[in-house]
Design a protein around this ligand. Structure first.
Ligand SMILES: Nc1ncnc2c1ncn2[C@@H]1O[C@H](COP(=O)(O)OP(=O)(O)OP(=O)(O)O)[C@@H](O)[C@H]1O
Length: 288
């Protein structure tokens, strides 16, 4: 039995590409809870994309199983699994095919057999959410990389999946667009109650985004935990080819100055800690 509220359940999942001797995924056990925001971290080649391709049946396990809402993905359940789990690939060119933005976003909902009115409404809502109203007739291949990424997100959004999986959603985007994409992802979770699974190499966005982190290395899970738990473990961070978020470096510098500040990784926690240190030094100043 899958744990209660578990929307995705991976059990002893292993996968080997036919052209390779090594396992790309090696005995993965992971349970993803409905409504959570989970970040999958790992070095290049760790197995993140291979893992994601198992979440809606693009790849089938060499051994083990993938369950969506308690049902193992099989020929019989794959259609339902694909409606439940929508994937936004790393390269938007892999998923945008239609001559116009509107037709591209309509593709998924039309395949679901929805009425014309419903499809129209979904296109409008999806374009509004990604701030691309007015782009309906534009040709996707003439858009910028960031705009294409937004079209790919809108296409998945229009299918209203319970889970959205995003493979490195901010890769190749300038800071402003990366921030915009992260805001959209956050709204998908807060306003549309979607479960979000994403992979990223950007450790600075994780403390504000993720409820939970899962670190994979050479196809195996090294650790799962809250961002605070994971970033406490320096050996783990090194092994996974990651680094501490920049905010933590400020606290390390303060500690080098002999200031009793506890290392923080998220902006709001950093603010609270700095206020605490200032308050404390103020009180010390009064008593001295
Ligand atoms: N089509 C394929 N055929 C053979 N081996 C593959 C194929 N795709 C990926 N691999 C191998 O499987 C392993 C996992 O690759 P994967 O693309 O899942 O990693 P990743 O964590 O997504 O990496 P990145 O961060 O670079 O996108 C790597 O060793 C890779 O070389």
């Amino acid at each position: 039995m899958a744990p209660e509220n578990s929307i995705i359940e991976l059990r002893n999942l292993s996968y080997k590409y036919s052209s390779s001797d090594a396992k790309a995924l090696d005995n993965i056990d992971l349970s993803i809870t409905s409504g959570e925001k989970i970040a999958i971290l790992g070095a290049n080649g760790a197995g993140k994309s291979t893992l994601f391709k198992h979440l809606n049946g693009i790849l089938s396990p060499s051994s083990g199983e993938v369950m969506i809402n308690g049902e193992t993905i099989s020929k019989k359940t794959i259609r339902k699994a694909r409606q439940t789990v929508g994937i936004v690939f790393q390269n938007p060119d892999d998923q945008i095919f239609s001559p116009t933005v509107e037709e591209d976003i309509a593709f998924g909902p039309m395949n679901m057999g929805l009425s014309e009115d419903e499809v129209k409404e979904r296109i409008e809502t999806a374009l509004e959410l990604v701030n691309l109203k007015g782009f309906e007739s534009r040709a996707p291949h003439h858009l910028s990389g960031g705009q294409k990424k937004l079209v790919a997100i809108a296409g998945v959004l229009a299918m209203r999946p319970e889970v959205v999986v995003l493979d490195e959603p901010t890769a190749g985007l300038d800071p402003l667009n990366a921030g915009q994409v992260m805001d959209i992802i956050d709204r998908m979770n807060r306003e549309l109650n979607m479960t979000v699974v994403l992979s990223t190499h950007d450790v600075d966005i994780i403390p504000t985004f993720a409820d939970r982190i899962c670190i994979i290395d050479h196809g195996k899970i090294l650790a799962t935990g809250t961002p605070k738990e994971i970033f406490r473990d320096h050996d783990l961070i090194q092994k996974a080819h990651l680094r501490m978020p920049r905010i933590a470096e400020v606290f390390e510098l303060l500690q080098d100055e002999g200031i009793d500040a506890r290392i923080q990784i998220a902006p709001a926690d950093a603010r609270d800690e700095i206020i605490r240190v200032i308050d404390q030094s103020g009180k010390q100043g009064i008593t001295e």
